[in-house]
Design a protein around this ligand. Structure first.
Ligand code: B3K
Ligand code: ZN
Length: 896
């Protein structure tokens, strides 16, 4: 396989200053005339011009208007003997492509009769020959020509400068983007669309036109996206002093899209899933996802577009930073401290279940990778979420104001450039010369170069005679593929201490200079493999609260007894660690039960995985009127099966499922009176609002209903399933409706079937709701081992379509990635199904196929008989001769 290496980076041999593109859009054959002004890079003499191209038909190449000699060599158009004029030369290339055959959805494609593009990372080369790399930045002028009736709306980046009629019922529009940009930010859209529009005046007095384009029937689902865009613009002005730099900012939705959305300059293209939302069709989660993805793409306008990546190894430069920004935006929008903490917990949960697993598996790679075969495989949770944690640690080390200064310096230095992760870290450090970040910068940057999650071991020791308390930390990172030896990381640990009764203690840290002023919290900065910190004037052995707010992406090991965890669960003033104490405790109990190996205990009618004391603690949480519902809901959620698997060296997914289910049933039974009270107390009758507070109340009520239906499945009680069915029928919003349906389906109640049928009937014309219908069934409990069969049946459903990524994800991925007990079968049939689908998708859409391929990343940790079945399925995929390089890279790495 051909491997691209970071150390081989060379600046481009040529620059392309301007690009003038003219498209004659037709689905079966689109003509593209590309006129470029090209100039040799004086720093790279003598080399020929090698332009990238893929799936193109080349008709003509002219240099300064004359026919030129060229060669086509493995996808490259090679031009030598070019004019040696310092002012450069004109290069004109005429090609055609076939958008309606483009099932890969990269480059120019057709979705429901509308043209869209997706160019990141390397899709522009499927539109025309080009230096398709992010460090080549050009000014684009784009003319679109198409049939007026079929394609009334013609959009591209920047400003509309001209439009008019052409012969034969055709028309044209000419767009000019004043900002230099890399080719991956190019976009065009042409089709029958309508727009919600809003004129706004920014703080600096500039006027802007905002537009959200959708298919005609969807206009009433665009209000929330528009509001989210307006909020994003205001937030970036306030928090970072960054203004919208365009007269017009457009969002366009398509239902065929490989990912969530794309930040093309001034013309963001979105998956409908992250634009369309109204209360009848979208859940609270959908509403909050729309807000955060609209924010994310908007924030890229500065962090990604104004300053872009020098090469794709620097991807986290824009993605990690922009995720950090969208996380902060969502937290600021959520409002209260408690709502902020809920968002933080959700983000950390994703990081720990998915990213930590990636960092411990065959695809482990640094936040700034050293090599790749297919760059699309590196749009990962490591680049995005761990990258965001690295930015967050910088933020912690320099403080809020210092971070803002650092970002300003970054723009002062690099606006308009294509730069590296080093440039970003340097700017933040240089703006804060007295900070720990500046002092430890070379070590800190190991976060960019080393893969793997650091494990931190904390031991506390109280010296009664000296009245001191010493925390000793060691840290260790396990080897990852290609990186056997690891260096210590810089780890900011926010720490507080509590008395045995849960009173916060004042911290007096002893340092070489003496005792530091008392504070309720300290940020200790680890940078060595072994370090100790001593606090003075601590009369009795305290309970430490370490890694508050999850101040670093590490695994913390500390031997806190159940009593200490209980104290933190009840009293920690940091809501994250309060939640974490409950999770640690639950995890300990569940892992002990999994290890005990006696399945009969959990199969018994009254399972006892959880001791009374733990249940009591959760009961207090449910009864506490001071707590926000969303926080209570998170406290009452046991660690997921995936997260538990992550803690084990040998994984028996069936055993994990049994034990967690048993614990869940126990919570349902033991807390039944509380669940009922919670349900009664959270019946909002007012108008639907998707804000964090109301969403939290619905989430907690849903958990109560879920638990009560689970319990009813054991007792045979008909009341709660009846209430669930009623709620399902009468709900005034999709959140309540889907939650009620989920409760019935997961309880395996006979009413689930008629409810599912009715749901389909009601929403058969709503693609995003049908996705939910498929997804719910694919992730439903595997009653009697029939889960796989159900999924296979649904594959035959008239509404299933493997070519639509959202639909494929909602059925296939929901089964392989979110239903471990149904997927991991003793007969290996789940893995065979997975292999079949990877192979089928590989022929349609390699990027989606490669995502699915990753479902077996952790196969080596599986217990027998799962493991050998998984290996057989992987080997069957590997043996395919027409495997895309996307899928091949994933499968080969898994089998190493
Ligand atoms: N930058 C795009 C992702 C492109 C993925 C290409 N395979 C969306 C985002 O991160 O905002
Ligand atoms: Zn992004």
């Amino acid at each position: 396989p051909s491997v691209v290496r970071r150390q081989d980076y060379l600046p481009p041999a040529f620059w392309i200053d301007t690009v003038d593109l003219c498209f004659d859009l037709e689905p079966a054959k689109t003509r593209v005339l590309n006129k470029m002004r090209v100039r040799r890079n004086p720093a790279a003499p003598e080399q020929p011009l090698r332009l990238h191209g893929e799936a193109l038909n080349l008709a003509r190449v002219l240099v300064n208007g004359q026919g030129a000699s060229f060669k086509l060599e493995d996808g490259l158009l090679v031009l030598s003997n070019l004019p040696d004029d310092e002012a450069g030369f004109d290069l004109e290339i005429f090609t055609t492509c076939q958008p309606d055959k483009n099932t890969l959805l990269s480059g120019l494609f057709v979705s429901q009769g509308t043209f869209f593009t997706q160019c990141e990372a390397e899709g522009f080369r499927r539109i025309t020959y080009f230096l398709d790399r992010p460090d080549v930045m050009s000014v684009y002028t784009v003319t679109l020509r198409a049939d007026k009736a079929a394609y009334p709306v013609l959009l591209s980046n920047g400003n509309l400068v001209e439009q008019g009629e052409l012969e034969g019922g055709r028309h044209y529009a000419k767009w000019h983007d004043p900002f230099r940009k890399p080719s991956y930010l190019f976009a065009l859209v042409a089709g029958q669309l309508v727009a919600r529009e809003q004129h706004i005046k920014a703080r600096n007095g500039c006027e802007h036109l905002l537009q959200v384009y959708v298919r005609p029937g969807d206009l009433e689902k665009t209000e929330h996206a528009m509001q989210s865009l307006i909020a994003s613009i205001a937030w970036d002005e306030t928090r970072f002093g960054l203004h919208l730099d365009l007269e017009r900012f457009m969002i366009v939705a398509t239902s065929d899209f490989n990912m969530g959305a794309m930040e093309n300059k001034g013309l963001n293209i979105f998956n409908t899933k992250y634009v369309l939302a109204n209360q009848a069709t979208a859940t609270d989660t959908d509403f909050s996802n729309v807000e955060s993805v609209v924010g994310h793409e908007y924030f890229h306008n500065w962090t990604g577009n104004r300053i872009t990546c020098r090469d794709w190894f620097q991807l986290s430069l824009k993605e990690g930073l922009t995720v950090f920004r969208d996380q902060e935006f969502s937290m600021d929008m959520a409002g209260s401290d408690s709502a902020r903490a809920v968002k933080r917990i959700e983000d950390v949960r994703l990081l720990r279940t998915v990213q930590f697993a990636e960092d411990a598996g065959p695809m482990a790679h640094p936040v700034r990778p050293d090599s790749y075969q297919e760059i699309n495989n590196f749009y990962t949770v490591t680049i995005y979420e761990k990258g965001a944690e690295v930015v967050r640690m910088m933020h912690t080390l320099v403080g809020e104001a210092g971070f803002r200064k650092g970002v300003s310096l970054y723009f002062e230095r690099h606006d308009g450039q294509a730069v590296t992760c080093d440039d970003f870290a340097q700017a933040i450090a240089d703006a804060n010369p007295e900070s720990e970040l500046a002092r430890l910068l070379p070590q800190f940057k190991r976060w960019y170069s080393q893969a793997g999650t650091p494990h931190v071991y904390a031991v506390g020791q109280h010296d009664a005679a000296a009245q001191t308390y010493t925390l000793t930390f060691t840290q260790k990172i396990k080897p990852t593929p290609g990186q056997p030896d690891k260096q210590p990381a810089v780890i900011p640990l926010r720490v507080a201490l509590f008395s045995a009764s849960g009173q916060p203690l004042q911290l007096q840290l002893q340092s070489a200079e003496g005792i530091e002023p008392a504070a309720s919290e300290h940020t200790l900065v680890l940078h060595d493999s072994l370090q100790a910190f001593t606090f003075a004037n601590v009369p009795e052995a305290p309970i430490p609260s370490i890694l508050r707010g999850f101040s670093a992406p590490v695994v913390l090991h500390q031997n806190l007894g159940d009593e200490a965890l209980e104290v933190l669960l009840e009293h920690d003033s940091d809501p994250f660690n309060r939640w974490e104490a409950g999770q640690q405790w639950a995890q300990r109990l569940l892992l002990a039960a999994i290890g005990a190996g006696d399945a009969s205990a959990e199969a018994a009618p009254t399972p006892t995985v959880l001791p009374e004391r733990f249940i009591d603690a959760l009961r207090q949480v449910l009864r506490d009127p001071q707590l926000d519902a969303a926080f209570q809901d998170l406290m009452l959620t046991l660690p997921s099966e995936a997260y538990l698997a992550e803690q084990l060296d040998v994984v028996d997914p069936q055993r994990i499922h049994q034990v967690r289910q048993a614990a869940q049933r126990q919570l349902a039974r033991a807390l039944a009176p509380e669940w009922q009270a919670v349900w009664e107390a959270h019946q909002d009758t007012g108008a639907y609002r998707p804000d964090a507070q109301s969403a939290g109340r619905r989430a907690l009520a849903a958990k109560a209903l879920f638990m009560l239906c689970l319990l009813a499945a054991e007792t045979g009680d008909a009341v709660w399933p009846g209430k669930a069915y009623q709620r399902f029928k009468d709900a005034g919003n999709m959140t309540d409706r889907l939650n009620a349906l989920t409760a019935l389906v997961h309880a395996g109640h006979p009413l689930a079937e008629p409810a599912l049928t009715r749901f389909h009937q009601l929403f058969k014309n709503e693609a995003l709701v049908l996705d939910k219908w498929f997804q719910l069934q694919a992730s439903a409990p595997d009653a009697g081992g029939r889960g796989l069969h159900k999924v296979q049946q649904l594959m035959q459903h008239a509404d299933f379509n493997l070519k639509n990524p959202n639909r494929a994800r909602s059925l296939i991925f929901a089964f392989t990635n979110a239903n471990p007990a149904a997927f991991h079968r003793e007969d290996g049939a789940g893995y065979q199904f997975w292999a079949d689908q990877v192979i089928a998708l590989n022929a349609i859409n390699a990027q989606v196929a490669a995502r699915l391929a990753r479902a077996l990343d952790a196969w080596r940790k599986l217990d027998e008989p799962f493991r050998h079945h998984a290996e057989a399925a992987l080997r069957r995929v590997a043996a395919q001769d027409k495997l895309s390089k996307d899928v091949r890279e994933i499968i080969e790495k898994a089998l190493v």
